[in-house]
Design a protein around this ligand. Structure first.
Ligand code: FES
Length: 254
């Protein structure tokens, strides 16, 4: 005997998937249309895999984990930067039974829905996304332990959930128009390490981002935090860093 949710699972609807892809020969975007079958739990990524396996083997998109962990299936779905594997197809198809997928625009386009993350990861690496120790050699030679309380851990934990999907960068109006700007992902990670009680590089970290390329480039639109699938809140992290820089400057420490 099946219950109501089982019956919902069995119900199929045909959804029109419109993929916006760039045609290099004509130097403009074009739309490719596909029709896929969707059940209650079908995700946008499932539908793209369905298209690739059965309709258009050449359609390119990136994915790995299929469960919102690796961050590689980021794209623009109905105008919003989203993870394809975390987006339910029927809920975004709405009453017109149509969705539009497009590549992210804050990253250089490689092919179809695949974008290049080199610059993004360069920005990430530039904030030194690791713990800086004053006596690194001593620490590793003697395997010294640094204790941390729950309260100290909670200061940075929400900001350590970043999966580097690039959605916040894509949604940021500054990052989209100013290639120099480090962007919300890198700056949120700068805060993640700044807020960690084990880190000895705090003032150097603040000096590095006390620039227009860093926190002062942020115009606080808040769009980064709205699209983060892990609720990291880069906008908050950046405002805290601005406050810390202002405080240290007034104290004459910077
Ligand atoms: Fe890994 Fe979507 S496939 S986050």
């Amino acid at each position: 005997m099946s219950d109501a949710s089982d019956e919902g699972d069995m119900e199929e609807r045909t959804i029109r998937v419109v993929a916006k892809t760039f045609d290099y020969s004509k130097a403009r975007f074009m739309e490719k249309e596909y029709r896929v079958e969707a059940k209650r739990l079908t995700t946008v990524l499932d539908s793209l895999i369905q298209i690739k396996e059965n309709i258009d083997h050449k359609l390119s998109f990136r994915y790995s984990c299929r469960m919102g962990i690796c961050g590689s299936c980021a794209m623009v779905i109905n105008g919003k930067p989203s993870l394809a594997c975390e987006t339910n197809l029927l809920s975004v198809a709405a009453e017109h039974d149509t969705i539009e997928v497009a590549p992210m625009q804050g990253h250089p386009l490689l092919k179809d829905l695949v974008t290049d993350f080199d610059d993004f990861f360069q920005n990430h690496k530039s904030i030194k996304p690791w713990l800086i120790y004053k006596n690194e050699k001593d620490r590793y030679d003697n395997r010294t332990e640094t204790k941390q309380s729950d309260k100290e851990r909670d200061e940075y934990l929400p900001f350590s959930e970043c999966i580097k999907c690039g959605l916040c960068f894509d949604a940021c109006p500054v990052a989209n128009t100013n290639k120099e700007f480090l962007g919300p992902q890198a700056l949120a990670q700068a805060y993640r390490y700044y807020a960690d009680s084990r880190d000895d590089g705090k003032e150097d970290r603040l000096k590095e981002i006390d620039t227009l390329r860093g926190v002062w480039g942020c115009e606080f639109s808040g769009s980064c935090s709205k699209v983060c699938p892990k609720f990291v809140d880069p906008a908050l992290a950046i405002q805290i860093l601005k406050g810390e820089i202002a405080k240290k400057t007034l104290q004459g420490k910077m």
